[in-house]
Design a protein around this ligand. Sequence first.
Ligand code: HEM
Length: 426
Amino acid sequence: MSGPSTYTPSNGFTRWLDSRLPLLRFMNDTMVTFPTPRNLNVWYTFGGILTFCLAVQIVTGVVLAMHFTPTAAGAFDSVENIMRDVNYGWLIRYVHANGASMFFLAVYIHMFRGLYYGSYKAPREVLWILGVIIYLLMMATAFFGYVLPWGQMSFWGATVITNLFSSLDQVVPHMGTAIAHWLWGGFAVGDPTLNRFFSLHYLLPFVIAAVVGLHIWALHVPGNNNPLGIDVKGPQDTLPFHPYYTVKDAFYMVLFAMLFAVLVFYAPNFVGNPDNYTPANPLATPAHIVPEWYLLPYYAMLRAVPQKLLGVLVLFGAIATLVFIPWLDTSKVRSLRYRPMLKPFFWVLFFDCILLGYLGSQEPQATTNVFGLELSDLLLARIGAIYYYAFFWICLPVIGLIEKPKPLPQSIAQAVLGSHAAAAAE
Ligand code: HEM
């Protein structure tokens, strides 16, 4: 779809550079003239917003690292020093900490958009799988980052999650404990753990940036999918990326940045946990250990299973399932706009993930009042986890086979402009 290059160097220098390193040609073909479906809506601006989030996290993170001390004795105080004494340290830290939440908010919108419009289907399977790899790397990076301020939740969160590996003792005796000790660099979460987590937390965003490069490359080979889920048939269906989508992406990026600013300036601790303002204490376990909001659905699934190893498998299986979606979906039609049978199941999945997130934030023995009925959260989490799996492993393959899709439009141009204008545009 990207087609032959349309770039012509305009002066002596660009001609000289073009025959040595065609960087400007590459930029022109990918960000200026790139033919983009003319019907992309607001949900398609989140790829650009995510790139913005990644840049913000890297820039603020590098500055924070200049003032951070990665030792158990110094980490908490160095963060307090950033907050109180470093010039604008409070701003840089709050942008970074809330930036992680905004990043996940954007990635969840981006992923549900992909699910809704069937963007994972052929020929975009590799693009989707690279996305899943990015998502995994994001979760690892966020987890390592959360340990760094060395508050109570940092310490106990790291302890709970790394201890999951000890469940492997049930497969080979002592193996899981040995792995946990190896990860910690000792017999508990401590100085060596903090040091290596800092090293990895610094490294992974650059790995993410590299995988994003591949993700965008894999996008540019088949070109964008679009809300109709039909293929581009010719130039009448597309617009050049610049100025149409540069302007649209920039507009929504500004709106997103405004929401981000509201969080940073008016509610900077809204998504944080107050326990993390207490220095880590290996001798005092907090009453209620919870991860950050974006990991809560998985935490709910983990706790829904009474047996530890099985719980860990359910947790990792939920993420691994995402890789298989392109092959689990048997429908020939991409967009849910034309899939009346699957659509309600998609929305149930959406609210199921929110429900699981809520349940993950509650005490393990809590109950929730559902239409006057007092139900145990454990039961709800089990139903939620079963639905999550059932959607991907049963609904996607079965509904794809039995559903009668609505008729698809002839072309993007016809759907957007009407038949007369589409004919004129050809
Ligand atoms: C740092 C994180 C990410 C960045 C910077 C990023 C960037 C982008 C960009 C710039 C686009 C094109 C514009 C758009 O469609 O919004 C895109 C498209 C896409 N991304 Fe991502 N992405 C990220 C994470 C993910 C994840 C986690 C997934 C899924 C698991 C994913 C799946 C997709 C798919 C399927 C498309 C094609 C959408 C379509 O054409 O309909 N991305 N991404």
